[in-house]
Design a protein around this ligand. Structure first.
Ligand code: AHR
Length: 517
């Protein structure tokens, strides 16, 4: 039977959990906006045309920040098309996804939605077909109080107060040849640097994210980050990272289950590259990482689709990459969340991609129901239980298994946080497909703890590893109580107490330990 021992100590902390680690992403793509968050004809639509059933689920899942409006879409987007009287807005070709954008929804509608969802906006500017001036214009529209062309335009559209959007992405995936306006690292670096400096002239309080790599497997990975940061180090606060994982012919299940190893390496490599650039500049500043697109996504299916091949007619809000997620995917998402959390000293923003329908946490049908996909469950749990806490520096020794891509990988993955009220919360995954794992968590330097709530997401109790949620069975996959958690008192004064539990095969769990008495 696989075994693991994780060592936690109250005095070994990494950083406060960054509030924006639990973000998501809304792109004008497929049905994420139209019939996702916005559907004026729907019975549940509110006065702004926003789906209140979807809003309710969004509030439950709780993304703390939402990146908007793209994605590949943004690299051909004219933000001005999406503001002002809807009847006057142009219909435009969206080259990225080969669809027609009606522009019925834009920055003002999104801001109303974000307010109702209780989330913060992260806005991406177009550095594909546009540049410095348009980035400054949209920033002026969003954040300048009044008395200028674009701030007064916003006011004339009914929004008196500035939105005060703090987090801005300087383009999207500009390293990717598929990106409209794709650039070399140096071309992008120059554009991003000059745009950043100009945007800070408009609003010095903004936090800017330079584009990093679209994946760790990009041929330019590493060199791209170095070149971009050499140019922009003093002008940006963060650099982005994007990663999607899948189970496919080239990525067998064993490797897929170890996707978080790739994410760990990705984050650590970007941090090392940023620090190396900082060293040559003799700078005390640390560049943060914005992991602003991550998820499980069956890209092999997408790459062979009609739309990706460009053979599909231009249409409005078609079904595009509406992946249906399983228990297996949810366990992998749980481990990806673990990876982000353990790097919370460096990853200051995380955006799961995307929020609704398009590789979505949520699904919604036009005129029909809305429900949570299984991947929303670990997201919601970690978000609710880690926010406000402090990350613990966890050292784990685990039974390993062999993967083709990453060599020997731990079967058990553990992260943990500690709360001001003395609680400790562990997030633990078992990657074994067929064996339960015995887990010991040594608790050094905490007050006396006893088992609190423990929940597990697993391929058990009649739900196989492919089980999913549907409109008819929206809660088929759910977290269930994890029984049998014990805490053994320290063997001798000064030694650590030990929490023990068993995790079912292919599972992700949250285990709370609460102060005794
Ligand atoms: O999230 C889907 C797409 O994936 C985004 O538009 C793009 O940035 C990435 O390649």
């Amino acid at each position: 039977m696989p075994r693991a021992r994780a060592a936690l100590d109250a005095s070994f902390t990494t950083a406060p959990v960054p509030r924006r680690l639990f973000g998501s992403f809304v792109e004008h793509m497929g049905r994420c906006v139209y019939t996702g968050i916005y559907e004026p004809e729907h019975a549940a639509a509110d006065a702004d045309g926003l789906r209140s059933d979807v809003l309710e689920l969004v509030r439950e899942v709780g993304p703390t920040i939402v990146r908007y409006p793209g994605g590949n879409f943004v690299s051909g987007y004219d933000w001005e098309d999406g503001v002002g009287p809807v009847a006057d807005r142009p219909r435009r070709i969206d080259r990225a996804w080969r669809t027609v954008e009606t522009n019925a929804f834009g920055l003002d509608e999104f801001s109303r939605w974000a307010d109702k969802a209780g989330t913060e906006t992260m806005y991406a500017v177009n550095l594909g077909t546009r540049g410095l001036q348009e980035a400054c214009d949209v920033l002026e529209y969003a954040n300048h109080p009044s008395g200028t062309k674009f701030s007064d335009l916003r006011r004339s559209h009914g929004r008196e107060q500035p939105y005060g959007i703090q987090w801005w992405c300087l383009g999207n995936e500009m390293d990717g040849p598929w990106q409209t306006g794709h650039k070399t690292a140096l071309e992008y670096a120059r554009l991003a640097g000059e745009t950043a400096r100009a945007m800070k002239q408009v609003d010095p309080s903004v936090k800017l994210v330079a584009c990093g790599s679209s994946s760790r497997s990009m041929p330019t990975f590493g060199e791209w980050e170095r070149v971009v940061l050499e140019e922009c180090y003093d002008d940006v606060e963060l650099i982005s990272a994007h990663a999607y994982y899948e189970e496919s012919e080239t990525t067998p299940l064993a490797d897929f289950l170890a996707s978080a190893v790739d994410m760990d390496l990705f984050i650590e490599s970007v941090a090392a590259t940023a620090d190396a650039v900082g060293a040559t500049k003799k700078s005390a500043k640390k560049i943060g990482i914005s992991f602003d697109e991550w998820n499980v996504w069956n890209q092999t299916a997408w790459n062979t689709s009609e739309r990706a091949a460009g053979r599909t007619a231009w249409d409005v809000a078609p079904r595009v990459i509406e992946d249906e997620y399983s228990v297996t995917d949810a366990v992998v998402v749980g481990t990806l969340l673990n990876s982000l959390l353990r790097h919370g000293d460096r990853v200051l923003v995380g955006c799961q991609a995307q929020l609704v329908n398009v590789i979505g946490l949520l699904r919604s049908e036009p005129g029909g129901a809305a429900w949570k996909q299984p991947i929303a469950l670990p997201f919601q749990e970690m978000r609710n239980r880690a926010l406000g806490a402090t990350i613990l520096d966890v050292r784990t020794t685990s039974t390993t298994y062999e993967t083709g891509r990453y060599g020997a990988v731990d079967l058990v993955d553990v992260t943990a946080v500690t709360h001001d009220d003395g609680r400790v919360t562990a997030f633990v995954a078992n990657r074994s497909l067929d064996e339960a794992a015995d887990v010991d968590v040594a608790l050094g330097g905490f007050g006396p703890l006893v088992p609190g709530e423990a929940l597990v997401l697993a391929a058990t109790d009649g739900q196989d590893r492919w089980a999913t949620n549907t409109a008819d069975a929206p809660d088929a996959v759910r977290l269930r109580p994890l029984s049998g958690v014990t805490v053994e008192a320290p063997e001798r004064p000064g030694a650590a107490a030990v929490a023990r539990f068993q995790l079912p095969p292919l599972s992700w769990a949250v285990v709370e330990l609460v102060p005794a008495g």
